[in-house]
Design a protein around this ligand. Sequence first.
Ligand code: ZN
Length: 298
Amino acid sequence: MAGRPKTDIQPDLTKGIPSQFVEQGDEQIIQPNNQNEQLKEKAQTVFNQKTALIETVKLPTRGLVPNIPGEITIRALQRKDKKKVLMTEVDDILLALLQHVLVEPQNFNIYNLLPFETKYLLYRLRVLTYGNQHTFKDRCPYCSNVNDVELDLNILDVKEVPDSFKTLFDIGPLPVSGTILKCKLLTEGERAEITKRAKELKDATGNDAVEMDMLWEARVVAINNDSKLAPVEITQFLDELTDYDSEWFMEYYYKYEGNYGLQTKLNYNCDECKGRVESEMPSIYTFFRPTFKINIAE
Ligand SMILES: [Zn+2]
C-alpha cells in the first residue's frame, strides 16, 4: 500500500463543506454516481484489512469557537461499537456512538460540541457508514398524496458560521420593553446535564415546567447588563415579560441556534398534483441505518 499516490477526494458537494474520504494511509477517488457501489467495495476492502473507513469532517464553526477544533476525524461505525453502547446505560445512543468512532482529536469529549455540530457529524457518520441515499415518505399539503422523497445526503447545504460568530450574543432591545438579554448557546453537555437534573427535580417536586425554566436560566446570562442574577430571578423576569416580547425573544433564540450547520429545509414536486412542496428533512435519528432490500428466494 505504501508509495501509492495520494489524491484529494471531492465528493459531490456543489454547496456546503467539502469533506475528505480517506482510508488510513491511503486515498482513492470516489465518483458521485456510483458512490454507493464504491463505498460497498471500499467497505469490503477495509473489512479485509481490518482497518476502518475514516473521514475528516470540517465543522461548521471552522475552529472559531474556543476549545472546539476546526476538524474532527471519525471512522465508520462497526458492529462492536453498537454492542458496547447498547450494553451500557447512555442518555443518547447516537452521541455515545459518535464518541466511540472519534479518531482525532484523541480524547476530545463530543459533549463539548454545539448541537448543530454533533448533528452534522452524525449525518456524515451516517453517509460514511451506510451511504448517501435515503428515501422518506412525505404527505403533499395540497392533494394529500404520500410521496417517496429521495435524498442524496451528499448534496445537502451546510451553512458555516461567519467570522463574527459568537456563542454569546445579545437579543434585543425587545420590541415592547426595550430589554436586552445576553444569551449563550448551550453545548450538548450543558443540555444533557440540565435534562438530567430537571428529571430528578421533576420527580421530587412534580413541577412540569422545571426543565423549560432551567434551560432558559442557562441560556440567559445577563439582563440589561446585569449578570449577577440568580437562576430563579431570571425565570421571574422572563415570566413577567409581556408575551409579545417573550415570543419575539424565543423566536430569535431558536432562529440563531438553528441557523448554522446542516440545512434541513427542502423542496420537491409532488408526484400526483405536481405542486411544489416545501418540506423538512426527517431527524437523523429516524434514518441512522442502512438502506437495502433483501429478497429471500422461495
Ligand atoms: Zn400533491
